[in-house]
Structure formats: C-alpha cells, structure tokens
Design a binder for this molecule. Structure first.
Ligand SMILES: Nc1ncnc2c1ncn2[C@@H]1O[C@H](COP(=O)(O)OP(=O)(O)O)[C@@H](O)[C@H]1O
Ligand SMILES: O=C(O)C1=C[C@@H](OP(=O)(O)O)[C@@H](O)[C@H](O)C1
Ligand SMILES: [Mg+2]
Length: 169
C-alpha cells in the first residue's frame, strides 16, 4: 500500500468504529478509535466532556486528541465531528488515506433515533438537518475515497471498502 494509515470519516452511526475494526483485521492493520483516545486523555466519557466543557470544548479536546495520535499501518476511526478541527484533519491527510463512509440523510435519522444516548455535536440553534448539510461538504472536502453505504449491509460496506482499496493499489 502506498499510504500509511487509513482514516475513516463520516456521520455519527455511519460505521466508522464497527467497519474500521473489521477492515483492520482483514488488512492486517492496527486499529485506533479517536473517541477512546479522547476519553482516555480526559478521563471522562464523551457525553460528560460535552456536559462539562460544552460543544466548543469537546471539539477542542477532539482536535487535540487526534493531533496526539502517532501511528503507522493503522485504521483510524474518527468521531463524526473531527472535520470541525482543520488542523487535525490536515495532519491526518498527510499520513493517511481518508475514506468517507457516506450515509444517506434518511438512514442517518433512522440510526440516530435508535442511538439517542450518542452525544452528537450540534452547534447553537443547529438542527440535525443543518448538521447533515454542513458536514457533507466537509466530509467531501477531506475525502480521498468515498464508500457509498446506500442499501449495503455492514458486511457489504466492509467488502466495498476493501475492494476499493485493492483497486487503488
Ligand atoms: N451497512 C451498515 N454499515 C455500517 N454500520 C451499520 C450498517 N447497518 C447497520 N449498522 C449499524 O450502525 C451502527 C454504526 O455504529 P458505529 O460503528 O459506532 O458508527 P460510527 O463510529 O460511525 O458512529 C452499528 O450499530 C452498526 O451495526
Ligand atoms: O458526530 C459527532 O458529533 C460525534 C460523534 C461521536 O463519534 P462517532 O462518529 O464515532 O459516533 C463522538 O465523537 C461524539 O459523540 C460526537
Ligand atoms: Mg465511532
């Protein structure tokens, strides 16, 4: 592989964490979940960081946590709000192939309904729809590769990503 790491970006619930760990096993790579790095650095759950430090505070913690990740041959699952940290994304772009797991709006809304406890970064007055529209542009901006999840099972999404990576070799 020409690239060193693979970074997964995309909406919350798009499967960065679940797809990421399976792809790492298939490709014989290591795996790191940036959300867990944040929790370890702060000594708190993500929802507690958001409650205590607010949205901007959380985004700062997330950017700093990503900047602290120094890995090789690793699949990195970011949190959905990582794209709000331009400096962290620039660092990731330097040493990884950035893959956008693309989720349709309707499917995002469906999955988020079943995952109410997920602390999603919503700025003041922002609706889920606003968040979707803003983030799509950011994910597209940073993506080297886009995996369309529409009508795919988890296994099909994994296979699609692995095949796209093989084609790119
Ligand atoms: N086609 C699919 N691709 C990825 N995840 C899926 C798919 N269908 C259902 N899911 C479910 O959506 C959730 C994705 O959660 P997660 O991996 O934590 O996403 P993220 O890390 O992007 O927030 C999991 O519960 C997973 O089982
Ligand atoms: O998109 C978001 O606003 C967030 C996504 C979460 O990660 P996942 O994308 O892995 O769910 C986590 O970083 C935090 O709760 C904020
Ligand atoms: Mg995740």
């Amino acid at each position: 592989m020409e690239f060193n790491n693979i970074t997964l970006i995309g909406m919350p619930t798009s499967g960065k964490s679940t797809v990421g760990v399976i792809v790492a096993k298939i490709l014989g790579m290591d795996f790191v979940d940036a959300d867990i790095v944040i929790q370890n650095r702060e000594g708190m759950k993500l929802s507690e960081i958001i409650d205590k430090k607010g949205i901007d505070g959380f985004v700062k913690c997330e950017g700093d946590a990503i900047l602290s990740i120094d890995v090789n041959n690793t699949v990195i699952a970011t949190g959905g709000s990582a794209v709000y940290s331009a400096n962290a994304m620039e660092k990731l772009a330097k040493n990884s192939l950035i893959v956008y797991l693309k989720l349709e709006k309707e499917e995002l809304f469906r999955r988020l309904k079943n995952a109410k406890e997920r602390g999603v970064v919503l700025h003041e007055g922002e609706t889920l729809e606003d968040m979707f529209n803003t983030r799509v542009k950011l994910y597209e901006k940073y993506a080297n590769l886009i995996v369309e999840e529409k009508d795919c099972t988890l296994e099909e999404t994994v296979a699609k990503l692995v095949n796209l990576l093989k084609e790119g070799r």
